[in-house]
Design a protein around this ligand. Structure first.
Ligand SMILES: Nc1ncnc2c1ncn2[C@@H]1O[C@H](COP(=O)(O)OP(=O)(O)OP(=O)(O)O)[C@@H](O)[C@H]1O
Ligand SMILES: [Mg+2]
Length: 235
């Protein structure tokens, strides 16, 4: 594996120390995600999928090995620049949405700006709000902008979370079980939304999922077991 690809995992190992024993969770992961593709990571519970996704997205660091983005080693970035770099490169979508209950859909989408002002210098508050409204409309939530999370369905909550993740124009959208908490229909709609994003804007996406339906139309499918990649297929 080289560092020449778009996003690359190079010989990633992750171990957790628990007392005197150490638990190996990832054992030598090599992976290249291509620009503009959808890559799916499948595998049983405990296989190490979330750990790998977190390492790819700079939310966690490997015990050894490194992640590179456009040839740059992300695993050695200093703590100070790490958050800024992560914000610029990645958008995150999680199974349980992580929306703030006391804020409406629009406010939730705007929240990263309120928390991390310095990452949004290039765009005014008005433009930022307009962009949020446009994106919410685009995902079919035009009439739900003022709804709080408890007034939204699971699928709608996940749409809000996806819009929030897209506000930064991330290079790569990382999704951990984005349909894991949804019924079949809402799950299908979220899948279609992600595929539409990928087709229309060439958004690069990495999805960790148990849902085999995701695998059918993905660019690459990776299967993990016991911290290793056991099967790999490119479409
Ligand atoms: N902070 C931690 N300390 C110790 N062990 C951990 C820690 N985080 C994860 N693990 C262990 O690492 C292994 C992989 O966990 P991970 O969350 O990556 O699995 P997963 O494939 O995402 O599973 P699931 O499909 O259930 O979400 C599990 O055995 C888990 O118990
Ligand atoms: Mg997981």
């Amino acid at each position: 594996m080289t560092d020449n690809g778009y996003l690359c995992a190079n010989e990633i190992h992750k171990e957790y120390k628990i007392g005197k024993t150490s638990l190996s969770v990832l054992s030598g992961i090599n992976l290249e995600i291509k620009e503009g593709e959808i890559l799916i990571i499948l595998g049983a519970s405990g296989a190490g999928k979330s750990t790998l996704l977190h390492i790819l997205g700079m939310l966690d660091t490997p015990t050894s090995g490194h992640v590179s983005f456009k040839g740059e080693n992300l695993s050695i970035a200093g703590q100070k620049e790490l958050a800024g770099k992560r914000n610029r490169i990645f958008g995150f979508v999680f199974q349980f949405y992580h929306l703030l209950p006391d804020f409406n859909a629009l406010e939730n989408v705007l929240m990263p700006r309120l928390i991390g002002k310095k990452f949004f210098k290039t765009i005014s508050k008005k433009e930022h709000t307009e962009k949020a409204v446009q994106l919410l409309e685009r995902v079919g939530l035009g009439s739900r902008i003022n709804h709080r999370p408890n007034e939204l369905s699971g699928g709608e909550k996940q749409r809000v979370a996806i819009v929030r993740a897209l506000m930064n124009d991330p290079e790569i959208l990382l999704c951990d079980e984005p349909t894991g908490n949804l019924d079949t229909n809402s799950g299908r709609e979220i899948k279609e939304l992600i595929w539409e994003l990928n087709e229309k804007t060439r958004q690069t996406v990495v999805i960790v999922t148990h849902d085999e339906r995701f695998a059918k139309s993905a660019g690459q499918v990776v299967r993990m077991a016991d911290g290793k990649i056991v099967n790999y297929s490119g479409n």
